[in-house]
Design a protein around this ligand. Structure first.
Ligand code: SAM
Length: 282
């Protein structure tokens, strides 16, 4: 029997194409041993031959590019554990900045309800509902298999009674919203992505028109007072002039993380931030 240390080193040495070989190896062994990474090296019993066999198989799959989160079925986001499978995008750290901005706006404006479009695993909706116990979220996605995962995550975190899941294209179900949060697909179809991305659902990642086709449609069609959308920094040069032409009276603010990295935009409709047509404060 082989020790945990030898196995994780063995695994990491085989994941030469991964940017995080040691981390991946530890995550996969912890998954097989049904413990967390912190407990891994404190274990007294060495892994059994069956556990070792399962771990070697996972390393082989990871070596072929399958993301570790799809192999374990879990991904941490905003301090919460989310179930993921190949029907949903694996939650990304930059999306936490979008959640933080939405939390700030909801609290500042005392909003009782928000809309989230393109909910995927439900990570944004669940994180918002988990942190604000009075909040209701209407979360939508165009794909039923995706909504099934979001439903499981809402139940897992005990917020299913405050999250309404809607099967809808973009914002077609929204008649008027104080706040809409969206992380729609925004990677250009010709982008030379890392091979891991091709294991994720294409409809959650790639979009034509330099990655902007869905956002342009969504922003024109949806009636909102505030919107927080995730974007890649490279898209500002193309989207900002488009916004000036198509939503000329909306105020636009770039949303950045703590290190200054551009994560998205906040849009405020005219009359929503000052004057008589303000958002309802309680
Ligand atoms: C980039 S993923 C975001 C998932 C999740 N909200 C997150 O932050 O990780 C985009 C999501 O938008 C959904 N989507 C794609 N096209 C859509 C459309 N036309 N209307 C609504 N949702 C759509 C995809 O199914 C996917 O779940």
């Amino acid at each position: 029997m082989t020790s945990v240390l030898k196995l994780t080193r063995w695994g990491a040495a085989r994941l030469t194409a991964s940017p995080t070989p040691q981390l991946d190896s530890e995550v996969l062994l912890a998954h097989v041993l049904n413990c967390n990474r912190a407990e891994l090296y404190a274990r007294i019993d060495p892994p059994s031959w069956w556990q070792t066999w399962r771990f070697r198989r996972l390393i082989a799959q990871r070596g072929r590019g399958v993301p570790a989160a799809y192999l374990t079925g879990h991904k941490e986001f905003f301090g919460l554990d989310f179930l993921v499978n190949r029907h949903v995008l694996i939650p990304r750290p930059e999306t936490e900045t979008i959640v933080k901005r939405a939390l700030r706006l909801i609290q500042e404006w005392h909003l009782p309800i928000v809309y989230e479009v393109g909910t995927g695993s439900g990570n944004i909706a669940v994180a918002l509902a988990h942190h604000l116990p009075g909040l209701r979220v209407v979360a939508s996605d165009a794909f039923k298999e995706t909504l099934a995962v979001a439903r499981r995550n809402a139940r897992r975190h005990g917020v299913e009674d405050r999250i309404e899941l809607v099967h809808a294209d973009l914002g077609q179900h929204i008649t008027e919203a104080d706040l809409v949060v969206a992380n729609l697909p925004y990677v250009p179809t010709d982008y030379k992505a890392r091979r891991e991305i091709f294991f994720e659902p294409a409809q959650a990642v790639f979009v034509k028109d330099d990655g902007l086709a869905l956002y342009k449609q969504f922003l024109i069609q949806t009636k909102f007072r505030l919107a927080v959308i995730e974007l890649g920094p490279w898209q500002l040069d193309r989207l900002l002039p488009w916004l000036t032409s198509n939503l000329p009276h909306h105020a636009v603010e770039v949303v950045r993380d703590e290190s200054g990295y551009v994560c998205g935009l906040q849009l405020t409709a005219p009359g929503s931030g000052d004057g008589s047509d303000q958002l309802p404060r309680q």
